[in-house]
Design a protein. Structure first.
Length: 312
């Protein structure tokens, strides 16, 4: 039986590369699927590494619909993720990209779309939360659900990789050799469903192993729940340094980021505090998704150790 073709967009990014890595390392599934990696730069070292592993690498750009025909020729399954544009209108950009890709998929009779989505904060909060970078992906999910094509949806939790950016500890102002993580939310009550972006393939493998079973499914993809205090405690354990969580005002929290990121972080923080990342059924949804994962997902301590986390 000939292999089915999986086309992976964003193949050199965290999510796309994970989809490919998990599939290549699953003997049973890799015997059923061939992979085409889509990148804007085939000369990228990651793209060249994929090519050396037998992955077909093609150059295409979601902002250039003329490149999508060759990218999707012969495709059975597509994995799609779009990048959030924190400056500018991410809704217009992501919607345009996703719709162009869906239109080409329909034209070529592609059978199945796996979309990297996010929770619909506006719906979960009855219009109170304003988390545009969540809602645009959720609205695209709704659009895909209305198309005459099979689909499934993986919603990543809060990236563990954020500890190197928005959750990065900084030296205490007391200059006493300790570190702090500032956050606007309660250090123990607000829980984050943490997720290693390199583990998305555990859920795409589940879909590829039984696509009919998971048609229409929404995977709340996370390894577990962590408070800011949990994060600080585990950082302390791994680094050997003292890391403390410090609660700051909303004004201070927003002011610690350049705009427009400051407003985005403020609105996201309010949403997490008041409604939870995945909404009221978050714990049940994550528990179900965990049981479906094929290949497992990495805990936060393991992630820190593997990524070489340290504090000087």
């Amino acid at each position: 039986m000939p292999k089915q073709l999986l086309v992976v967009f964003g193949a050199t990014g965290n999510q796309g590369h994970s989809v490919i890595h998990f599939l290549l390392n699953n003997t049973e599934l890799s015997s059923q699927y061939s992979i085409r990696a889509i990148t804007r730069n085939a000369g990228n070292p990651t793209a060249q590494s994929l090519s050396s592993k037998g992955v077909e690498v093609i150059t295409a750009d979601l902002d250039d619909p003329s490149t999508l025909s060759a990218a999707l020729t012969g495709a059975t399954f597509i994995f799609i993720t779009t990048n959030t544009a924190y400056e500018g209108n991410t809704r217009d950009v992501e919607t345009r990209q996703a719709r162009a890709l869906c239109a080409e998929a329909l034209r070529q009779n592609t059978k199945y779309i796996i979309w990297s989505t996010l929770p619909h904060a506006a719906k979960i909060s009855n219009g109170e939360a304003k988390v545009e970078h969540f809602d645009v992906k959720a609205d695209i999910e709704d659009y895909i659900r209305g198309l005459p094509i099979k689909s499934a949806f993986v919603a990543p939790g809060s990236y563990m990789q954020n500890i190197y950016s928005v959750l990065a500890p900084r030296k205490s102002p007391e200059n006493d050799g300790t570190y702090i993580i500032a956050n606007m939310n309660h250090p123990t009550e607000t829980l984050m469903p943490l997720f290693n972006a390199r583990d998305v393939g555990a859920w795409t493998n589940a879909i590829l192993a039984d696509p009919d079973k998971y048609e229409g499914a929404f995977f709340a993809a996370a390894q577990g729940f962590y408070s800011i205090e949990d994060v600080a405690r585990i950082m302390s354990k791994v680094s050997g340094k003292t890391v403390r969580s410090v609660r700051v005002s909303e004004k201070e929290w927003r002011g610690s980021f350049p705009e427009p990121l400051g407003e985005i972080m403020l609105e996201t923080g309010r949403y997490l505090r008041d409604y939870g990342y995945f909404g009221p059924s978050m714990k049940e949804d994550v528990e179900w998704a965990q049981k479906q994962a094929v290949g497992g997902s990495m805990g936060f301590e393991e992630f820190l150790r593997e990524s070489g986390f340290s504090l000087e």
